[in-house]
Design a protein around this ligand. Structure first.
Ligand code: SRM
Ligand code: SF4
Length: 566
């Protein structure tokens, strides 16, 4: 089959030969399907048929509460259907007023408060079908949306921070926003379904999404911008990554990285996490255009036959870097310039307060697993009522207080203290280097606990570190409930990925700066065994490490990763 599906008529000729999922997208009338009919049905809490697949493109996942799944099945009730909605917040930037709006919306429509994700946005869980439209309108009313937060499209564009380089950060952030805007689907389906706005483009034969076409992408596509020395977005885990090259506090352009991805499944040997490769340098102004060119190359050449092989990383491995550089040069009109030197020092968030080059202050609040509910939600709502600054969600699931004027800093600190939020201010502690994904009870793919397990595991982890005199030594730790890699575990120094309830695969040896993949060290191990292994390795690390040597680097240098597998 000719893979170049760019033209509408070419697509029409081959669509019958494509798998059902692709045909469904093609025939969905630019992502409308029958979602509106499904929303009206009162006999079920679900949206029936294939429409939940289309709703992902609108930022909505149909889920059910897995904690009560079997109980409901025994009682012959349908699963407790509910919806997770993910916002699209490029670069994770919010005003305090928007936060207060989100807080109010969560109290009215969702369960478990607000959840900061590993891609700098907010998810709401537990929304009922009847509330979906009012929810989406309430989100619109505070200037936000959920377009393409999920689905086979370009997901929320992430943008790292470097608080000390405010001017450069502002430039890079604007380019991330521009890229996000350029890459979102243009169909009128979103405003039609959720806001009830009739779009004039809903006419037969119209081409509402000329870049995406009726087939959209073969799979999700992720773009990120990062500002060294921080690799907080994990640029090597992105489909397309832009590394800011800065000289004398001026943005020169970006080194371009392609083909990163974390997802894998245990049952297939042709499934693997992959580091993005650095392929050259581009001028800053070109970033969004280059992102679109790469996205359309993936649109045209990504596998449409096998969804698991459809990510861009597999397209690159199948067709090769040489092929990719040639087609990129052809579509862009010129070859890339050679990449420029830069250095990463960490992939975590900054700690404490930093002053930017514009004189304003930025501080990071650590939020365990990004979950904000109960007393923490109340405290933050109280705090933001009088906050003289803005908010940035981080790709490490934390919340930064940004753009605080120098004259307000003392008062901000005092209020944090007064409201009981000071303990969340990141200092050089383990919490700033730890992430876990949502997993149970909402994630349909979870095999083990992650977010709900982290608090217990952290107690053990911290005491192990203390026992070896390593309490103040940050080590990146990430836990996921399955191998899909939503908390980017394969880029951590230590990672647990769920196999079954209480059992995990243990990965070790990623780097502290997020540029080396961790290796599988032990499969299907329980907490007892994990603690035993870490205890032994922490002991060696504490006694034999070089000055300032990081845990992952120590394991690699001493070739400890292939030894003593159980
Ligand atoms: Fe993810 C699927 C949660 C970041 C790789 N991810 C899911 C779903 C939607 C489960 C599903 O398909 O039914 C999870 C919803 C759980 C829930 O109840 O909320 C889910 N992913 C998340 C979040 C919320 C994790 C978190 O704890 O913060 C992150 C939301 C990001 C966002 O705001 O857009 C999240 N997911 C990631 C990342 C990290 C990243 O992008 O930096 C990855 C690895 C990078 C990558 O894409 O390769 C990631 N999620 C996946 C995959 C594996 C994709 C693959 O290539 O195989 C799946 C499963 C799939 O797509 O089939 C998945
Ligand atoms: Fe769900 Fe697995 Fe992602 Fe965790 S890593 S949120 S369990 S898909």
């Amino acid at each position: 089959m000719d893979k170049n599906l760019t033209l509408e008529n070419e697509i029409s000729q081959v669509v019958d030969q494509l798998p059902p999922y692709e045909q469904f997208k093609f025939n969905s009338n630019f992502l409308r399907g029958t979602i509106l009919d499904g929303l009206k049905r009162a006999d079920t809490g679900a949206v029936p048929g294939q429409d939940p697949l289309l709703m992902k493109f609108h930022g909505i996942y149909q889920q059910d509460n897995r904690d009560i799944r079997s109980n409901r099945a025994e009682r012959k009730l349908e699963p407790a259907y509910q919806f997770m909605v993910r916002l699209r917040i490029p670069g994770g930037f919010l005003t305090a007023k928007q936060w207060l709006g989100l807080d109010k919306i969560s109290r009215k429509f969702s369960e478990r408060g607000l959840r900061i994700t590993t891609r700098q946005t907010i998810q709401f869980h537990g929304i009922r079908k009847k509330n979906l439209q009012p929810f989406m309108r309430a989100i619109r009313d505070i200037g936000l949306d959920t377009i393409a937060a999920c689905g086979d499209d370009s997901r929320g564009v992430v943008c790292g921070s470097n608080p000390e380089l405010s001017h450069v950060h502002h430039q890079v952030f604007n380019l991330a926003k521009e890229t996000s805007k350029r890459l979102i689907p243009k169909t009128g389906a979103y405003s039609e379904v959720w806001y009830g706005e009739k779009s004039i483009s809903n006419l037969a034969n119209s081409n509402e999404d000329p870049v995406y076409t009726k087939l959209y992408l073969p799979r999700k596509f992720k773009v990120g911008f990062v500002i060294p020395p921080s690799n907080d977005i994990d640029v090597y885990g992105q489909d397309v990554g832009f590394i800011a090259i800065v000289k004398n506090k001026k943005l020169l352009g970006f080194n371009l990285c392609v083909g990163g991805g974390m997802g894998k499944i245990y049952s297939r040997s042709d499934s693997y996490p992959r580091l993005a490769e650095q392929i050259g340098f581009i001028k800053a102004a070109e970033a969004s255009a280059v992102a679109e060119i790469i996205m359309t190359i993936q649109r045209d050449y990504g596998s449409r036959e096998d969804r698991h092989q459809a990510r861009f990383k597999y397209t690159l491995d199948r067709l090769g870097n040489k092929w990719f550089l040639e087609i990129l040069a052809k579509r862009r009109g010129k070859a890339l310039e050679p990449a420029k030197p830069f250095e990463f020092t960490h992939n975590s968030d900054p700690t404490g307060w930093q002053q930017g080059d514009d004189g304003r202050w930025h501080g990071t609040l650590q939020i365990e697993s990004g979950r904000i509910d109960g007393a923490l939600q109340d405290k933050l709502a109280g705090f933001f009522q009088q906050f003289d600054g803005d908010i940035r969600l981080t790709p490490n699931q934390n919340l930064q207080l940004v753009n605080v004027n120098a004259y307000s800093l003392a008062q901000t600190k005092w209020r944090l203290d007064d409201i009981g939020l000071s303990e969340h201010l990141a200092h050089q502690s383990q919490a700033a280097h730890t992430m876990s994904c949502v997993a149970l009870p909402t994630c349909g793919l979870a095999m083990a606990e992650a977010e709900r397990y982290l608090p217990n595991f952290k107690v053990l982890f911290d005491s192990l570190k203390s026992a070896h005199g390593l309490y103040d030594e940050p080590i990146t730790l990430r836990i996921t409930g399955c191998p899909n890699g939503c908390a980017r575990p394969y880029l951590a120094e230590i990672a647990l990925t769920g196999r079954a309830l209480g059992l995990y695969n243990l990965y070790l040896g990623g780097s502290y700066i997020g540029n080396r993949l961790a290796k599988l060290y032990a499969s299907n191990v329980n907490e007892h065994r994990i603690v035993e292994i870490l205890n032994r390795l922490f002991g060696k690390y504490a006694n034999e490490r070089r000055l300032d040597e990081k845990f992952g680097d120590f394991l690699v240098r001493n070739e400890l990763l292939d030894q003593q597998k159980p």
